[in-house]
Design a protein around this ligand. Structure first.
Ligand SMILES: Cc1ncc(COP(=O)(O)O)c(C=O)c1O
Length: 470
């Protein structure tokens, strides 16, 4: 069973141990009581001081925040300042490395009760690949949630647990995909103003979907780390709560509800094989499963391109890990969550890593055999099984969450159409003329593509550039 909650003394110093006098932080972090986080924070988390004033907007900043006009009840927000965030701004009192929180089973049970009416209890059905894998394999189909991933569980629960003042101030998050979609959708459902900062590499489709939910969507930051800085700066400036998508205690509790459902849906379960990014999903699921039956094996799967949880296990605590681009973009988290690690690490029996090829094969097998469109991160559990890395599961009853279906079409499907033309090429039977319709993320990318084509090929006719960019 999980150890008790660590002493959650107030964040009186930053991560370097330097006192943080410029921002009034709560004197005692929120203990988790009866499954909910009982707030002992003042109405506003942070009290502005003269130093905070430096964070204010430059007068000449260009507006770029875009929200849907169809949701007048959700106020539009101004843009964040250009300032580079310092350690104080980047400190999240909910996810304090000096005081990691370990979740309790009761937290997951309360989350399950609270989100029941707003989240789909997804099917967990026997897979057609069972025989091929020599086990009784069940897929927990969370890609069927409304926004296509399990992230809705934690997002909804966290939004439901906001105090009246927190609801009024709204929430902010940084995400390239599933967490953003989940927050934007449930924010609209629950009447909470949501701001999401998405990196410029975020798939166009996901950015647009977030906007369609009426959220304030800011596309800024070369990567998620930069987007997070912007989001946390906004949180401090505007008094919004920053919601870490894989480490806020209520996010973990919400994700754990998937584990409760697995235990309910599959009798005599022997093992679960769970994809690991920041660690929030496996923390919640492991807690639920092990609490109900400590004999169930909990196996975590990472992309070998970003093995940050394994690195944390080796190091003894979360540690920055180099990540490379991966088909499992949802798992590309260089630093796992402190609460997630504290909760999950003692409960995980084994970690395995999967290659890009194994992930790609799993995505294809799921389409072919299960008729399921599952994104790279969501296919990693099956990838681990197909890779042969888990021989101990032969003959066992195993659940694999297919936890997301939002395939990044900008990466996997940026080529919208290809037409081959041979009929009118007379001189050279080895040549072909190709007409390509491609989608790019912005104008700069379009012209980079044109330059690359012109460098590589003798005859290039670059057609009209259609559509709009932010
Ligand atoms: C589809 C999918 N699966 C798994 C994960 C991993 O979840 P966590 O970051 O909580 O470990 C993510 C994270 O975004 C995801 O989107």
């Amino acid at each position: 069973m999980a150890p008790p909650i660590a002493d959650t003394t107030a964040p009186a110093a930053d991560s370097n141990g330097t006192p943080a006098p410029s921002i009034a932080v709560p004197q005692k972090a929120d203990p988790i009581v009866n499954g909910s986080v009982a707030s002992s924070y003042p109405d506003k988390y942070f009290v502005a001081t003269s130093e905070m004033a430096q964070l204010s907007l430059p007068a000449d900043s260009v507006p770029y925040v875009s929200g849907s006009d169809s949701s007048p009840e959700l106020p539009r927000r101004r843009q964040p300042s250009q300032r580079i965030a310092d350690d104080t701004v980047m400190f999240d009192p909910w996810c304090d490395p000096a005081n990691p929180r370990t979740l309790h089973f009761q937290d997951v049970c309360e989350a399950a009760y609270k989100i029941k009416s707003g989240i789909m209890s997804t099917p967990c059905t026997r897979s057609y690949i069972s025989e091929e894998c020599n086990m009784q394999l069940f897929f927990k189909k969370d890609y069927m949630q409304y926004t296509g991933s399990f992230k809705e569980r934690g997002a909804r629960y966290t939004l439901m647990m906001l105090t009246a003042d927190q609801r009024k101030a709204g929430v902010v998050a940084a995400s390239a995909g599933n967490h953003a979609l989940a927050l934007c959708y449930h924010g609209r459902e629950l009447g909470v103003s949501v701001t999401v900062v998405m990196p410029i590499i975020a798939p166009i489709m996901k950015v647009q979907s977030c906007r369609n939910f009426g959220a304030n969507v800011i596309v800024r930051g070369d990567d998620l780390a930069q987007s997070k800085e912007i989001a946390m700066t906004m949180a401090k400036e505007d008094g919004m709560m920053y919601i870490n998508g894989y480490d806020h205690p209520n996010i973990l509790a919400g994700q754990g509800t998937m584990g409760l459902e697995m235990m309910e849906q599959v009798s005599n379960l022997d093992a679960v094989v769970v994809p690991v990014g920041g660690g929030g999903l496996i923390a919640g699921v492991a807690l639920a499963v092990k609490s109900l039956n400590p004999n169930v094996l909990v196996i975590g799967v990472e992309s070998e391109k970003c093995a940050s949880f394994s690195a944390a296990v080796e190091h003894g605590s979360p540690v920055h890990t180099r990540c490379h681009s991966t088909l499992a973009d949802g798992l590309a988290v260089p630093l796992v969550g402190v609460n997630a690690f504290a909760t999950a690490a003692p409960l995980i029996d084994k970690m395995v890593q999967v290659s890009e090829e194994q992930i790609a094969i799993s995505i294809l097998r799921l389409v072919e055999v299960e008729k399921a469109v599952v994104e790279g991160a969501g296919a990693c559990g099956l990838a681990a099984i197909l890779s042969g890395a888990l021989p101990e599961l032969r003959g066992k009853r195993v659940v694999v969450p297919l936890c997301g279906g939002n395939i990044d079409t900008t990466i996997l499907g940026s080529i919208k159409d290809i037409m081959h033309e041979r009929a009118w090429i007379r001189n050279d039977i080895y040549s072909v003329e190709v007409k390509v319709v491609a989608e790019t993320i912005n104008a700069a990318e379009t012209y980079r593509l044109r330059d690359a084509l012109c460098t590589a090929y003798e005859f290039v006719r670059f057609g009209p550039v259609c559509g709009t960019y932010d």
